[in-house]
Design a protein. Structure first.
Length: 652
């Protein structure tokens, strides 16, 4: 990983060396630009500006998602950009982080629907910063483009994300990026050290018939683990006694363990158009394509000396490692007609190999070391537009192989006016539980199981509706019904996977609304959720809210944009899921009720040209509203801290 970081630093040094020649962006006169596949771009953004020398505008700087949605590079300073200025670089509403940057997050609200027919790897608590296939970004730029992100962490901590995109020609673009984090943390033995290397490229032939895109992602996410505070230290933490304000004085459950998630992904997607509408008398398009994806992951837990925190063990030192290799090959065809819509069809082969290097015999039961097989799939999709109505549908089915799996999805989108958009979706998914529910091995006796022949596929059905209107209100609601819901629980005295015989039904509704008066803004996100059936094994707070009051203005002849305000976060009390560091998973517990503590963050942000600077006083109220704040049982939330960061864009 270090060699990739060195390469990236060299590239960035080259960019910085020529930064004095960076093109100055001048204000356009054509008003606000709106991209139909993105949110509105603020009029203070460079999206309304034109480069000095050429006919290149911000419209020529595009970020393309894996799903081929396109947004413009945005250098504006808005309350939405403030929400995204964090370790994950995305809005984290519905998540509460652990005390150190780079640790895991507890989930306050869950979307249980998925578009996958295969199990996921496991160690889901380590995956929040793991950039999955759907997180991949491609770039199309008019000139070399650089994005630098930096934010301070906790106790000698910082995160840096550097992205450099360039086009060698109008038809070939590439990007290279590295995100690195290292933070010691306030408590003993919770150091985090993570790295995400990304390379992506895309190409289009001169006649436009052949297109290709590919990427390489190399990621390693390491966390030292301490098991949280000891039960006898909870009263000392909550007392507010100055003796314990220095969090390093606490002795955690252990100080000799770490876990790491490492992943490598290689991806190629290319297509060739057999028929193009502009060279045919009929308005038809026909293309064939191929996708090749290989991903190799491993998760490892190491502990120099075993600890009774997890029970008895086979050996005095712990070394648990599990791997997954997944090869996916797809052949597809796409047909589109101006009248009949867009059709897609695919056939795919999937080879997976999950497991360990040894067989375990425990209490006379043999626990195998591998789950591996071949699967064959078919799938398809359809989209069409009838006036203001858009319809879409897709299916994906495992035809042959060891795992049942299917996805069916139907969506309707209706635009009433430029201020109101309605969307409805019905989806149904069947897939096996994650691999670590099915098979797990450890040097700890309690953490060995084989459920590959006893657990059934999880069936999830969801109805979702949204009313989107920046002028009025954004309303999003969904109702989810799950059969064979699978989870981790400590009801037996140790953490084990459980598959419920009861159905789970779960309802959520979220309101988003921003009010503006002159230079003031009041932004609100309010969520209500209810577990109608299955509340003994699925826990969620009834109420989650984030409310932000802020003030924005321009100073120094409009050369500096200033934004300052306060963010209030709150969620109601509930049986918060607990964290297991050996599994890197959260499990259901019903002994501790946590939550119902307010969090106030005060911020001052500024923007000068393409540079945004962020100052924040996080959890300002921690000392005067009580030390009863937790991210999970025995894992306190963050104390008051001052943090600084910036995001800097270069257009060369």
């Amino acid at each position: 990983m270090k060699k990739y970081l060195s390469l990236l630093i060299c590239l960035l040094c080259s960019v910085l060396a020529f930064s004095q020649n960076t093109k100055v962006l001048k204000k356009r006169t054509d008003g606000t630009i709106v991209n139909p596949d993105s949110t509105r771009v603020n009029s203070n953004s460079t999206s309304n500006r034109k480069l000095k020398n050429d006919n290149i505008t911000i419209k020529d700087y595009l970020i393309i998602s894996q799903a081929r949605d396109t947004v413009l590079v945005d250098t504006s300073l808005t309350i939405k950009s403030h929400y995204k200025f964090n370790y994950l670089r995305k809005d984290d509403f519905g998540l509460i982080p652990f005390s150190n940057m780079g640790q895991t997050y507890n989930t306050l609200s869950q979307n249980l629907q998925s578009n996958k027919t295969m199990p996921s790897f496991g160690a889901q608590a380590r995956h929040f910063n793991y950039m999955a296939l759907e997180d991949t970004k491609y770039y199309k730029v008019g000139t070399p483009f650089t994005d630098l992100f930096y934010k301070t962490g906790f106790e000698q901590g910082q995160v840096l994300d550097a992205i450099f995109a360039v086009n060698t020609s109008e038809r070939f673009n590439m990007s290279i990026a590295y995100k690195g984090n290292r933070s010691l943390g306030k408590y003993q033995h919770i150091l985090t050290s993570t790295g995400n290397f990304r390379f992506s490229s895309n190409f289009q032939s001169k006649d436009g018939k052949y297109t290709a895109r590919g990427h390489i992602y190399l990621q390693d996410l390491l966390n030292e683990e301490n098991g949280g505070l000891k039960d006898e230290n909870i009263d000392d933490f909550e007392s507010g006694n100055p003796e314990f304000i220095d969090r390093s004085v606490f002795d955690p459950n252990f100080e000799n363990a770490e876990n790491i998630l490492v992943g490598k992904r290689f991806y190629l997607d290319h297509q060739y158009q057999l028929i193009k509408a502009n060279d045919s008398l009929t308005k038809n398009n026909l293309s064939i394509g191929n996708v090749i994806l290989f991903e190799d992951k491993f998760y490892k837990y190491e502990q120099t000396n075993s600890n009774t925190f997890f029970g008895d063990s086979f050996s005095s030192s712990i070394y648990d490692k599990v791997t997954l290799e997944d090869l996916y090959i797809e052949a597809n065809a796409k047909y589109s007609n101006a009248k009949f819509g867009n059709f897609g069809f695919k056939v795919a082969y999937d080879n997976y190999n999950y497991g360990y290097d040894k067989i375990v015999v425990l209490n006379g039961q043999q626990i195998p070391n591998r789950l591996k097989s071949d699967l064959f799939k078919v799938g398809g999709n359809y989209t069409n537009t009838f006036g203001k109505l858009n319809i879409s549908g897709l299916f994906d089915i495992n035809l042959a192989g060891d795992w049942d799996g299917s996805v069916f999805d139907i969506g309707l989108n209706y635009t009433i006016s430029k201020f109101i958009n309605l969307e409805a979706k019905v989806s149904s998914t069947t897939r096996m539980p994650n691999y670590n529910f099915l098979l797990f091995q450890s040097d700890y006796l309690n953490y060995n199981w084989d459920n590959s022949n006893t657990f059934n596929a999880v069936k999830t059905n969801q109805i979702a509706f949204s009313f989107i209107s920046p002028k009025y209100v954004d309303l999003l609601l969904d109702y989810t019904l799950v059969d064979n819901y699978t989870y981790f629980s400590n009801a037996s005295g140790s953490v084990k996977p459980v598959q419920s015989d009861e159905d789970l039904s779960y309802f959520r509704v979220r309101l988003n609304k921003e009010f503006k008066f002159k230079k003031f803004g009041f932004d609100n996100s309010i969520m209500y959720q209810s577990v109608l059936d299955g509340d003994t094994f699925f826990k969620a707070p009834s109420f989650v809210t984030r409310n932000t009051l802020y003030y924005g203005t321009k100073l120094f002849k409009n050369n500096l944009q200033l934004q300052t305000g306060v963010v209030f976060n709150y969620f109601s009390e509930y049986h918060m899921n607990a964290y297991d560091p050996l599994l890197a998973e959260f499990y259901v517990q019903d002994t501790e009720t946590l939550g119902s503590f307010p969090r106030f963050d005060v911020f001052i942000n500024a923007r000068i040209r393409q540079t945004r600077i962020y100052f924040s006083l996080e959890h300002l109220n921690s000392s005067w509203t009580g030390y009863n704040y937790y991210s999970a049982p025995n894992n306190p939330y963050r104390d008051f801290t001052l943090r600084f960061g910036l995001e800097w864009n270069f257009f060369l």
